[in-house]
Design a protein around this ligand. Structure first.
Ligand SMILES: [Zn+2]
Ligand SMILES: [Zn+2]
Length: 466
């Protein structure tokens, strides 16, 4: 499989990141306990009840890539070179490293397994400020919002292709955030620019009139909110009279199937993270003139920035953490799970991939992860940095006593300020954490072949423990 990877990369020695040095990490570490403590009083009215799952996400992020919580040993089959691989938290949106991996994984999977070789377009559907709060307090409505948009798009696309079996396909991604992490639910949709019909044919649609679609979308959303008991006829009537409806429908340029990069970029864009570490600055309480910690966040175009109290910024940020198992992407029409399943059964489609959160997609990901990580970080985790031989995972070390012994032996054991929260939890998946920085202490995480043959202080070779 590795041979299938691009080979133009300069295979350097690994540079595991030092996540705890980042401004973001320090901001989280300084405030997460206080955030929970003051939530009810300070944020509940604005952002809804405290979600205990959020604390799980935060704590796992803080342990992500930390060797103290266990690791895998990876060894070169040719020269015996070995290093330790820390576990990752795999939590969406909150952990920048894990989210970024998911973004690449998703882009690859969507383009290869779901989207057909036909033209596509990106659509963006958004809703007025006044009704956003319903979606914050009741996240299930986000699914219904996806369906409203699909209904409208599907109507337009199937109307334009006059065959009974015409079918459009869409991947609808919910994004809950605006430029400054404010709660701003909207939909990014990658949809076929026409319909498939008669088994193998595809007909392109005429250019759309977005204002027509906007009216339909508004109608569907009001209907849905009314059925859910959120708004009354009176309020709908009032909002219908607004000069600017606040609803908007944007339609991007058509992307032709030959433009594979364009499509892959778009696929990645629709599940991008709610914030960018590069755009944030953290001023800790002790460095702040008024003694209150701050986050200064720059807009996407770099032209403006906003200063938040760090606690307020974090409170806002966690509203974008999806609930456990909550799907942020849905597939409709020709791309629905059901359609893909039927085609698979009939042998008319390639292997059917599961949703991004399911076990199967993780399996599919593992198959490709070396290749994918190479694309992001320009290194190949399963390629030996010394001899370019192939490496494999030879053991998972989870027992806290053994973890401690090995790390102490390698002088990598550092007493943490906070005790390990969940030492007995099973690890999720072993993965290497990299970044592009060339941290001078990066090599500290590497074990070279000579050192592994050393004996622990008890006199046993390291293998005795494993
Ligand atoms: Zn080697
Ligand atoms: Zn993580």
């Amino acid at each position: 499989m590795l041979n299938a990877c691009p080979t133009t990369i300069n295979f350097d020695v690994y540079q595991p990141r030092n996540p705890k040095a980042s401004a973001y990490y320090r901001c989280v570490e300084d405030h997460f306990e206080q955030l929970e403590a003051v939530w009810d009083e300070r944020y509940q009215r604005r952002f809804g009840f405290w979600r205990p799952y959020v604390m799980d996400v935060i704590q796992r992020y803080m342990d992500c890539g930390d060797l103290h919580f266990g690791f895998a040993r990876v060894k070169c089959e040719d020269c015996g070179h070995e290093y330790l691989l820390a576990y990752s938290c795999k939590r969406r949106h909150f952990c920048p490293s894990c989210h970024q991996k998911r973004v690449v994984e998703f882009g690859e999977w969507l383009c290869e397994e779901v989207l057909k070789h036909v033209p596509h377009r990106q659509w963006v559907f958004s809703i007025p400020k006044r009704i956003r709060i319903y979606f914050l307090f009741d996240r299930k409505l986000l699914t219904k919002l996806s369906r409203c948009a699909w209904k409208v798009l599907n109507l337009y696309l199937t109307q334009a292709v006059p065959y009974d079996d015409a079918k459009a396909g869409a991947a609808v991604a919910v994004q809950s955030f605006g430029d400054f992490q404010n709660f701003h639910p909207h939909l990014h949709i990658l949809v076929t620019d026409g319909c498939l019909y008669n088994d193998a044919a595809f007909m392109v649609c005429p250019p759309p009139d977005t204002s027509e679609l906007e009216k339909l979308f508004r109608y569907e959303v009001f209907k849905m909110l009314k059925a859910e008991g959120k708004i009354t006829d009176c309020k709908i009537e009032n909002m219908m009279n607004w000069h600017h409806s606040g609803f908007s429908v944007y339609c991007g340029k058509a992307i032709w199937p030959q433009n594979e990069d364009g499509l892959a970029n778009l696929a990645r864009y629709i599940i991008r993270a709610s914030f960018s570490q590069e755009r944030m600055k953290y001023v800790a309480a002790q460095d702040s003139s008024d003694g209150i910690a701050k986050v200064i966040y720059e807009s996407k175009d770099g032209k403006t920035s906003k200063t938040f109290e760090a606690l307020d910024w974090l409170a806002q940020l966690i509203t974008h953490i999806p609930n456990k198992g909550e799907q942020m992407i849905r597939y409709y029409g020709f791309y629905s799970n059901k359609s893909r399943g039927l085609r698979k059964k009939a042998g008319t489609d390639d292997e059917v991939p599961a949703l991004i959160d399911s076990a199967l997609s993780r399996k599919a990901f593992r198959k490709n992860w070396a290749c994918l990580i190479q694309k992001i970080y320009h290194v190949d985790p399963l390629l030996c940095p010394k001899c370019l031989g192939s490496m494999r995972i030879i053991a998972f070390i989870e027992d806290q006593q053994i973890v401690k012994k090995i790390l102490q032996h390698l002088d990598l054991w550092h007493v943490k300020r906070k005790p390990p929260a969940r030492a007995n939890d099973p690890p999720t998946q072993a993965i290497i954490i990299f970044d592009d920085s060339s941290a001078s202490d990066a090599d500290a995480y590497l074990i070279d072949a000579d050192r592994t043959s050393l004996r622990l202080s008890t006199g046993y070779p390291i293998e005795t423990y494993l």
